[in-house]
Design a protein around this ligand. Structure first.
Ligand code: 5GP
Ligand code: ZN
Length: 123
Protein backbone atom coordinates (compact mmCIF):
# COMPACT_ATOMS: atom_id res chain seq x y z
CA UNK A 1 0.00 0.00 0.00
CA UNK A 2 2.90 2.29 0.76
CA UNK A 3 1.21 5.12 2.62
CA UNK A 4 -0.47 5.86 5.90
CA UNK A 5 -4.20 5.83 5.44
CA UNK A 6 -7.36 6.25 7.37
CA UNK A 7 -10.05 3.58 7.24
CA UNK A 8 -11.43 4.65 3.89
CA UNK A 9 -14.70 2.86 3.13
CA UNK A 10 -13.83 3.00 -0.59
CA UNK A 11 -10.50 1.22 -0.15
CA UNK A 12 -11.04 -2.57 -0.40
CA UNK A 13 -7.55 -3.32 0.96
CA UNK A 14 -8.38 -1.50 4.19
CA UNK A 15 -11.81 -3.11 4.32
CA UNK A 16 -10.09 -6.51 4.25
CA UNK A 17 -7.30 -5.67 6.70
CA UNK A 18 -7.69 -7.80 9.85
CA UNK A 19 -6.38 -5.14 12.22
CA UNK A 20 -8.43 -2.34 10.58
CA UNK A 21 -11.46 -4.54 11.25
CA UNK A 22 -10.44 -4.69 14.91
CA UNK A 23 -10.10 -0.90 15.03
CA UNK A 24 -13.62 -0.63 13.58
CA UNK A 25 -14.95 -3.13 16.16
CA UNK A 26 -15.87 -5.72 13.53
CA UNK A 27 -13.75 -8.49 15.08
CA UNK A 28 -13.72 -9.21 18.82
CA UNK A 29 -10.49 -8.60 20.71
CA UNK A 30 -9.22 -8.91 24.25
CA UNK A 31 -8.52 -5.20 24.59
CA UNK A 32 -5.58 -4.24 26.77
CA UNK A 33 -5.31 -0.51 26.04
CA UNK A 34 -6.74 2.14 23.76
CA UNK A 35 -6.14 5.82 23.19
CA UNK A 36 -6.79 8.24 20.32
CA UNK A 37 -3.99 6.82 18.18
CA UNK A 38 -3.48 3.20 19.20
CA UNK A 39 -5.23 -0.01 20.11
CA UNK A 40 -3.65 -2.90 22.02
CA UNK A 41 -4.99 -6.42 22.49
CA UNK A 42 -3.84 -9.92 23.44
CA UNK A 43 -2.29 -11.97 20.66
CA UNK A 44 -4.50 -14.93 19.68
CA UNK A 45 -1.44 -17.23 19.67
CA UNK A 46 0.63 -16.04 22.62
CA UNK A 47 4.37 -16.73 22.61
CA UNK A 48 4.82 -15.67 26.23
CA UNK A 49 2.55 -15.26 29.29
CA UNK A 50 2.15 -11.62 28.25
CA UNK A 51 1.88 -11.17 24.47
CA UNK A 52 0.18 -7.94 23.49
CA UNK A 53 -0.09 -6.47 20.01
CA UNK A 54 -0.03 -2.68 19.77
CA UNK A 55 -1.26 -1.15 16.53
CA UNK A 56 -1.84 2.35 15.19
CA UNK A 57 -5.50 3.08 14.42
CA UNK A 58 -4.31 4.54 11.14
CA UNK A 59 -3.41 1.87 8.61
CA UNK A 60 0.18 1.52 7.50
CA UNK A 61 1.58 -1.76 6.21
CA UNK A 62 4.81 -2.02 8.17
CA UNK A 63 7.71 -0.06 9.66
CA UNK A 64 9.24 0.39 6.22
CA UNK A 65 6.01 1.78 4.79
CA UNK A 66 5.26 4.24 7.57
CA UNK A 67 5.53 7.85 6.44
CA UNK A 68 4.55 9.63 9.67
CA UNK A 69 7.16 9.05 12.41
CA UNK A 70 4.62 10.13 15.03
CA UNK A 71 3.05 6.69 14.54
CA UNK A 72 6.19 5.08 15.97
CA UNK A 73 6.05 7.40 18.98
CA UNK A 74 2.41 6.54 19.59
CA UNK A 75 2.84 2.76 19.52
CA UNK A 76 5.99 2.83 21.67
CA UNK A 77 4.43 5.19 24.19
CA UNK A 78 1.45 2.83 24.45
CA UNK A 79 3.79 -0.13 24.96
CA UNK A 80 5.51 1.76 27.77
CA UNK A 81 2.15 2.49 29.44
CA UNK A 82 1.06 -1.14 29.16
CA UNK A 83 4.36 -2.40 30.60
CA UNK A 84 3.98 0.02 33.49
CA UNK A 85 0.32 -0.87 34.09
CA UNK A 86 1.18 -4.57 34.11
CA UNK A 87 4.26 -3.95 36.32
CA UNK A 88 6.42 -5.91 33.88
CA UNK A 89 9.91 -6.33 35.31
CA UNK A 90 11.35 -7.09 31.88
CA UNK A 91 9.88 -7.20 28.42
CA UNK A 92 10.74 -7.29 24.74
CA UNK A 93 9.27 -5.28 21.87
CA UNK A 94 9.45 -6.80 18.39
CA UNK A 95 8.13 -5.70 15.03
CA UNK A 96 8.50 -8.05 12.08
CA UNK A 97 8.97 -6.14 8.85
CA UNK A 98 8.31 -8.21 5.75
CA UNK A 99 7.30 -11.81 5.17
CA UNK A 100 10.83 -13.21 5.53
CA UNK A 101 11.15 -11.53 8.92
CA UNK A 102 7.95 -13.25 10.03
CA UNK A 103 5.37 -10.57 9.30
CA UNK A 104 2.00 -12.21 8.66
CA UNK A 105 -0.41 -9.29 9.16
CA UNK A 106 0.37 -6.27 7.01
CA UNK A 107 -0.92 -3.58 9.34
CA UNK A 108 1.94 -2.18 11.44
CA UNK A 109 2.11 -3.71 14.90
CA UNK A 110 4.58 -4.23 17.67
CA UNK A 111 4.63 -7.31 19.86
CA UNK A 112 5.09 -6.77 23.60
CA UNK A 113 6.37 -10.01 25.13
CA UNK A 114 6.97 -10.69 28.82
CA UNK A 115 6.51 -13.15 31.64
CA UNK A 116 9.24 -15.64 30.82
CA UNK A 117 13.00 -15.52 30.22
CA UNK A 118 13.58 -14.11 26.72
CA UNK A 119 16.62 -15.58 25.01
CA UNK A 120 18.87 -13.80 22.53
CA UNK A 121 19.32 -13.86 19.56
CA UNK A 122 15.72 -14.32 18.42
CA UNK A 123 15.12 -16.95 15.75
P1 5GP B 1 3.25 -10.94 12.70
O1 5GP B 1 3.33 -12.43 12.37
O2 5GP B 1 2.69 -10.16 11.53
O3 5GP B 1 4.49 -10.34 13.26
O4 5GP B 1 2.19 -10.82 13.87
C1 5GP B 1 0.83 -11.01 13.66
C2 5GP B 1 0.26 -11.53 14.95
O5 5GP B 1 -1.15 -11.43 14.86
C3 5GP B 1 0.59 -12.99 15.23
O6 5GP B 1 1.33 -13.10 16.44
C4 5GP B 1 -0.77 -13.67 15.31
O7 5GP B 1 -0.85 -14.64 16.33
C5 5GP B 1 -1.70 -12.50 15.58
N1 5GP B 1 -3.05 -12.69 15.07
C6 5GP B 1 -3.41 -13.16 13.84
N2 5GP B 1 -4.75 -13.20 13.73
C7 5GP B 1 -5.24 -12.74 14.91
C8 5GP B 1 -6.57 -12.54 15.41
O8 5GP B 1 -7.57 -12.79 14.74
N3 5GP B 1 -6.69 -12.06 16.68
C9 5GP B 1 -5.60 -11.76 17.46
N4 5GP B 1 -5.82 -11.29 18.68
N5 5GP B 1 -4.34 -11.92 17.01
C10 5GP B 1 -4.17 -12.41 15.77
ZN1 ZN C 1 -5.12 -2.09 8.53
Amino acid sequence: MGSDSTSDSNNPQLQDCLFCKMVRGEIPIQKVFEDDHTLAFDDINPQAPTHVLIIPKTHTDSIADTKDPAIFAHVLASAQKIAEAKSLSHFRIVSNNGQEAGQSVFHLHIHLLAGRPLSWPPG
